[in-house]
Design a protein around this ligand. Structure first.
Ligand code: ADP
Length: 547
């Protein structure tokens, strides 16, 4: 017997319709590429996303055709999020920090038809347009009078003139909720980039889950600043969850330095912000140097790479801001786990709470996870056994776009497919996940594993260290030994010996790095994460002093 409830597909257009009706005057504030602050409302976004949909109809784009963006976080990008997906096309957000060759490859692989870009990416567009014959229109996200002349880019229009002639009346179409809505390529550190193709259903379920009290806890009372880019995994789903709850949204545009982010948080009364550790490192540095405090910010979600415990403590003790440590990946839309305490933890002393908060957290309802050994046997949730982390759920990929790289899933005894995350983790009896490492970054020393994350976390707790990255280097007896590359804080001093001494008592003796290499900068990848592959290349001639 079937239930007798209405069969209404979960579609992204319903979010923008809902927020327009219930929070139409909710503010959307953007720092623009032009340098100024732009203000609109959810009602304004809804109206202009309907204009986007009409413009795409005029271009005769078909259902599921791809529209690409090369854009910062801002209101026009948000209009494209809703106008493109809502009208049944697929929004392909491209990471502008990728190499032009990769961008051209991705745009062709995705078969993008229109590409909308912020003016700061004009040089990129000039570098790739001749290699992307399938793109029939290039839309510069600017007013008509800012459209560059003699750019050499064919079929170039300004977004405002493209929209200007369109009506803001549009009936959002109804279709299967499993239809594709948006796509995002992984950074492809090995092989070609692979695309996760999200659906309306996966996006909507993720949006519900992301807003929950033990997840991002977003409500209509919040002013939310996604520093995490809309060009990578849909800014962790915030553009959708924000509409679902009707909060104020604040976009940083291209200005991600500590000063700009801090000023925006203060001027727009931001209560909740989201970003990767490197961004917060810059902001905390700026605040410390200038003796600044927050007036309204009360929590921040930090993920994308491990959040050092020193950062969690700095936010909490110095600024009274709760850190929600999160883990996820492109293939998971991206949220998998998020760290909040349970009722029974509230009476624990601060130190014991920190031990929990530094973990990546508990699975969000909708995500099943398990850890397995090399033979695929499930390991216990005891906080000690570590193994390959596998996940499944309605917002986890089952296949990559165009089957790139073959079937990504591993079947269990019941034939259900699990997605191997490439991470090594422990899970404790309370269900808290702790990522030990990426399987390719873990250091294998004499048959034992050393977590590069643990070694980095200790280094960045030293007051003179701005950034640290741990890699394994060849050792004839132990196979690999850890070394730590360190960037010092401006004006701060620490010697190799002092730093190695700092490790004593904080980790097992055999896990202490064999050497410290001081460097000017540590290479970061397109999403602000430490690029270990590049660091290994840079240090390829390095030899351990002990050899
Ligand atoms: P890529 O960087 O390859 O494009 P993603 O952006 O999807 O991929 O990153 C996913 C990976 O980032 C995870 O598999 C994990 O290794 C790492 N990661 C994400 N969040 C955390 C976290 N909080 N702690 C440790 N590692 C994390």
């Amino acid at each position: 017997m079937l239930g007798l409830m209405q069969d209404q597909p979960l579609l992204i257009s319903s979010l923008i319709e809902f927020v327009e009706r219930h929070n139409g005057d909710g503010e959307i504030v953007s720092r623009r590429v032009e340098g100024d602050i732009h203000r609109t409302t959810w009602g304004g976004i809804a109206s202009r996303s309907r204009q986007v949909a009409n413009a795409l109809d005029c271009e005769q784009l078909l259902f599921s055709d791809r529209v690409a963006t090369l854009a910062w976080n801002g209101y026009r990008h948000l209009e494209l999020y809703y106008g493109v997906s809502g009208s049944g096309r697929v929004l392909h957000t491209i990471n502008p920090r990728l190499h032009p060759d990769q961008i051209a490859w991705i745009a062709n692989h995705a078969e993008d038809q229109i590409l909308c870009f912020d003016l700061s990416f004009l040089p990129l567009v000039q570098a790739v347009h001749a290699r992307c014959p399938g793109i029939r229109k290039w839309v510069a996200l600017c007013d008509a009078d800012r459209l560059p002349v003699d750019s050499g880019v064919p079929n170039l229009v300004s977004y405002e003139s493209w929209l200007g002639q369109q009506s803001s009346d549009y009936d959002w179409p109804t279709f299967d909720e499993n239809s594709a809505s948006s796509m995002c390529y992984t950074s492809g550190t090995t092989g070609n980039p692979k695309a996760a193709l999200y659906s309306h259903r996966s996006t909507m379920l993720h949006a519900y889950a992301a807003a929950l009290p033990d997840v991002m806890r977003i409500s209509a009372q919040d002013s939310v600043l996604p520093v995490v880019p809309m060009f990578h995994v849909n800014a962790w789903g915030i553009p959708y969850s924000a509409a679902l709850v009707g909060c104020k949204l604040v976009f940083p545009g291209p200005s991600l330095d500590g000063k700009s982010v801090y000023e925006l948080i203060e001027s727009e009364g931001v209560t909740f912000a989201a970003g990767v550790p490197t961004v917060w490192q810059m902001m905390l540095g700026h605040m410390q140097t200038n003796g600044l405090k927050f007036s309204k910010l009360n929590r921040t979600v930090i993920g994308g790479s491990a959040c050092p415990p020193a950062m969690i403590t700095a936010f909490q003790e110095n600024y009274n801001v709760e850190v929600l440590h999160a883990w996820g990946m492109t293939e998971m839309s991206p949220l998998g786990t998020l760290c909040t305490l349970k009722n029974k933890h509230l009476a624990l002393p601060a130190d014991a709470q920190l031990q929990i908060r530094m973990k990546q957290g508990r699975a969000i309802f909708g995500v099943d996870m398990k850890i397995v050994d090399g033979e695929g046997n499930e390991l216990p949730w005891d906080g000690k056994a570590y193994g390959d982390l596998l996940v499944k759920g309605p917002w986890v990929v089952k296949e990559y776009f165009k089957g790139e790289g073959g079937d990504p899933l591993v079947p269990d005894a019941q034939g259900r497919g699990w997605f191997p995350t490439g991470d090594v983790a422990t899970i404790d009896a309370d269900g808290y996940l702790q990522i030990t490492d990426r399987s390719k970054d873990v250091i294998k020393s004499g048959g034992e594993w050393i977590s590069s994350i643990d070694i980095e976390n200790i280094a960045v707790a030293h007051p003179a260290v701005a950034m640290a990255a741990c890699i394994g280097v060849f050792h004839p007896k132990w196979d690999e030994r850890p070394i730590i590359a360190v960037v010092k804080k401006p004006g701060a001093e620490v010697t190799r010996e002092e730093l190695l001494k700092f490790y004593e008592g904080k980790t097992a003796k055999w896990q202490i790095p064999d050497d410290v290499v001081f460097v000017e900068a540590i290479p970061l990848g397109a999403t602000g994460k430490i690029l270990k592959t590049r660091l290994r290349e840079l240090l390829k001639d390095y030899k351990l002093p002990t050899l």
